[in-house]
Design a protein around this ligand. Structure first.
Ligand code: PCA
Length: 194
């Protein structure tokens, strides 16, 4: 059986929960060919990547999917690309607020996701769940994490991508949201599409 490392984030920015980790927790232990290994990741520059890469070194996964909250987005958005830039408009959970600093000083400007994000989007959309390809994972901790993962596993068999998910209704009265179960279902379908 193949191994999938799937990660969600702790809450940040004054929120009490992060739907990314809540949805990852709801996933079954096995999906298709994959056994799932789930971890919660701190919303801290560098530490998020160290946490995920340490787990990846331990289990040697075939695929890595990192999931994060993109509050305000109306749909589930698999990310096509990660860029070598940190710019934080709010401090991370340890008070770091980098402004225009590279994620990796000698890294490429950008990496494309190595999992089939467009195929994932097609499959999730077919189930009538709002889902679209995103061409920017931002410049905060989510982008930093997936940049490090793609950098570490470039030219290897280990494939990776990031999936941003919206708020859940419990978090907002005026922003778009999706029920937690719908987000978890979208992640399951995306994994089945790999
Ligand atoms: N979303 C943030 C970091 C953690 C999370 O869930 C982001 O989009 O960078």
């Amino acid at each position: 059986m193949k191994k999938l490392l799937i990660t969600g984030f702790e809450p940040f920015g004054g929120e009490k929960i992060n739907p990314s980790w809540e949805a990852v927790k709801l996933l079954p232990e096995k999906i298709g060919d994959f056994a799932l290994f789930k971890i919660e990741v701190p919303v801290v520059f560098e530490k998020a990547a160290k946490t995920v890469l340490a787990k990846a070194d331990e289990i040697n996964p075939d695929a890595i999917i990192c999931v994060g909250q993109a509050g305000g987005r109306p749909s589930v958005t698999p990310e096509m690309v990660a860029i070598n830039l940190r710019f934080a408009s709010i401090p991370d959970n340890e008070g770091n607020q980098p402004k225009d600093i590279p994620c990796v000083s000698d890294g490429e400007n950008a990496y494309f996701s190595t999992l089939p994000v467009r195929k994932m989007v097609e499959a999730v959309s077919e189930a009538s769940i709002p889902c679209s390809v995103s061409y920017s994972a931002g410049t905060y901790v989510c982008n930093d994490l997936i940049y490090h993962v793609l950098h570490r596993f470039k030219n290897t068999e280990t494939r990776a991508c990031f999936i941003h998910v919206p708020f859940i209704p419990e978090q907002t009265t005026d922003k778009p949201s999706l029920p937690l179960e719908t987000i978890a279902k979208a992640l399951k379908i995306a994994i089945e599409a790999i």
